[in-house]
Design a protein around this ligand. Structure first.
Ligand code: HPA
Length: 257
């Protein structure tokens, strides 16, 4: 079963055409004192799970998210594939505000986050393979769904296949020098929530891929200050495409690419 992890700008699927809420569930996991809340939806006869990464009402900052609780709850509820939605800053020139990226690689600059299900397991050291952090089949399914949506609309979205997601600690945005360093490292986009989520999904045996929505140019790439108002304006404009992409992923139409 597919699970969606909503990021900034997608806190719920309620109100999105065609998605019907079946019920909300509370899942107990060993990784959280309180139960993790998730929602079970149906779209075109297909059930899916949804969890808002920042909690109901977008209240949990990136460094305080219970990434282990969220991933374990999705696994326990029956998820096998996870599509994560992340707002990102664009570093590469093609990743302008409004563009969508399906990254292929990542570099983790975050720190102090509990980043493994095996953190306290001293019975045996577990090293997962993480050379390819994102699942290629799921990435391809997203790219094909995006191409079908674009084929059927008058103003196609810019969709970038690949790129390197740099995960910073937040909640502050980066300095100009940090972005220069990340660009030199090969990062094409920057966000705060991609890790340890992707690694935990791998540890849990879940296929995982990310839809990155570029909501601003990364620090130092324009003269302008990054404001939340502008970020939310980009999210509003991009939302219809994102919703169509999710629909197309879940129930592919026969539209010719
Ligand atoms: N930096 C880090 N995370 C982000 C950004 C950014 O510029 N935009 C959206 N999430």
């Amino acid at each position: 079963m597919l699970a969606l992890i909503g990021g900034t700008g997608l806190n719920t699927l309620e109100g999105i055409g065609g998605f019907d809420l079946l019920h909300k569930e509370e899942i107990a996991t060993p990784f959280a004192d309180t139960q993790i809340q998730l929602s079970r939806y149906v779209y075109a006869g297909t059930e899916l799970l949804f969890i808002p990464r920042h909690g109901d009402g977008h209240v949990v900052p990136p460094h305080r998210i219970n990434y282990r609780g969220n991933i374990d709850a999705l696994r326990l509820a029956g998820a096998t594939r996870v599509v994560a939605m992340n707002a990102i800053g664009g570093i590469a020139p093609e990743l302008c505000p409004g563009a969508i990226a399906i990254p292929e690689q990542l570099i983790d600059y975050s720190y102090g986050r509990i980043s493994s299900f095996y953190e306290d397991n001293l019975e045996g050291v577990v090293h997962i393979d993480f050379g390819e952090p994102y699942n290629q089949e799921l990435r391809q399914a997203l790219l094909e769904a995006a191409a079908r949506v674009n084929a059927g609309c008058q103003q196609p979205a810019t969709v970038i296949d690949g790129g390197v997601y740099g995960c910073t600690q937040g909640p502050r945005l980066e300095t100009n020098a940090e972005i220069s360093r990340m660009r030199a490292d090969g990062c094409t986009m920057v966000g705060m929530t991609g890790m340890p989520e992707a690694a935990l999904a791998r540890e849990a045996g879940l296929d995982y891929a990310t839809i990155g929505l570029v909501v601003n140019w990364a620090a130092g790439l324009t003269q302008e200050t990054i404001t939340l108002d502008e970020i939310y304006a980009v999210i509003d404009t991009a939302s219809p495409f994102l919703h169509a992409l999710l629909r197309e992923l879940i129930a592919p139409s026969s539209r010719v690419q």
